[in-house]
Design a protein around this ligand. Structure first.
Ligand code: CO8
Length: 263
């Protein structure tokens, strides 16, 4: 992905095994236009396929992670065009097609589609002054990229309902207290640095086990507990067929560091 040049995002690898995607449309506070999303999807698809990448971090600027879908682009959109072109559907490839862990490092505004993009990631880190929200109601519409579902799962119905019905924003500090964000930092730079460090840690584990871990945790969002536990056990059993399970447990027994084969 690093070899591809993009206009609205930047792709780099600041740590071994880590792909960093930085949204870079500063004039529009990283509003998620279709061209931006096509670039983002392209970069994520390539990072997902890239053998050197074990985990991905998505971030924006200190001012804005992303201030939403591009309102100017949507202003004149009709029902029939939105419906026949499956508007927004391509967004979902982020959560369903990228099998490597994604950490969102959120500083500044994460509103509307920006909040939804953060919630499509597997883990959210943010700075305490970040501003989250689903303000679509103020525009005469509702969240369209999973916000009503993922926010409700993350922070509970009453809080999510209040936020979505009023369009009120909430801070990074609150996102941490409510369990939407895994960790909250004082400084934006620290937020990104810690996200990269965590991604590096994840990237150091067996790719097979990491992929399975992400898969089973995500299943908990769709299945009831009984089916989810059964699904987990099936995948757990299947990992006895991997080389890395043997490598990991043998290394423990021999008091050595495991050298993963990623097989
Ligand atoms: N879309 C398009 N342009 C935007 C957006 C946006 N979401 N947000 C900011 N911009 C532009 C502004 O128009 C402005 O451009 P210009 O300089 O040409 O006038 C530039 O970015 C800077 O913005 P402001 O001058 O407004 O900056 P402030 O610091 O004064 O305010 C705010 C920052 C509070 C973030 C303000 O920009 C704002 O309220 N933005 C809109 C937030 C919002 O409503 N987001 C939700 C959008 S709807 C949505 O995401 C629906 C999701 C459904 C699924 C997605 C489908 C694709």
């Amino acid at each position: 992905a690093a070899a591809t040049s993009y206009e609205l995002i930047m792709v780099s690898s600041p740590k071994p095994g880590v792909g960093l995607v930085t949204l870079n449309r500063p004039k529009a506070l990283n509003a998620l236009s279709t061209p931006l999303f096509l670039e983002l999807n392209d970069a994520l698809r390539k990072l997902n396929q890239d053998n050197d990448t074990g985990a991905i971090v998505i971030t924006g600027s200190n001012k804005a992670f992303a201030a939403g879908a591009d309102i100017k682009e949507m202003k004149d959109l009709t029902f029939s065009t939105a419906y026949t072109t499956d508007f927004i559907e391509l967004w979902s490839s982020l959560s369903s097609q990228v099998k490597k862990p994604i950490i969102a490092a959120v500083n500044g505004y994460a509103l509307g589609g920006g909040c939804e993009l953060a919630m499509m990631a597997d883990v959210i880190y943010c700075s305490s002054t970040a501003t989250f929200g689903q303000p679509e109601i103020k525009l005469g519409t509702i969240p369209g990229a999973g916000g009503s579902q993922r926010l409700t799962h993350a922070i509970g119905k009453s809080r999510a309902m209040e936020l979505i019905l009023t369009g009120k924003t909430f801070s990074g500090k609150e996102a941490g207290e409510w369990g939407l964000a895994a960790r909250v930092f004082q400084q934006p730079e620290e937020c990104l640095e810690e996200a990269l460090k965590t991604a590096e840690v994840i990237s150091g584990y067996s790719r097979v086990a990491v992929k399975a871990a992400k898969e089973v945790v995500n299943k908990s969002q769709d299945l009831g507990v009984r089916d989810g536990v059964e699904y987990e056990r099936r995948v757990f059993h299947s990992l006895f067929g991997s080389k890395d399970q043997k490598i990991g447990m043998t290394a423990f027994a021999e008091k050595k560091q495991p050298q993963w084969s990623n097989e």
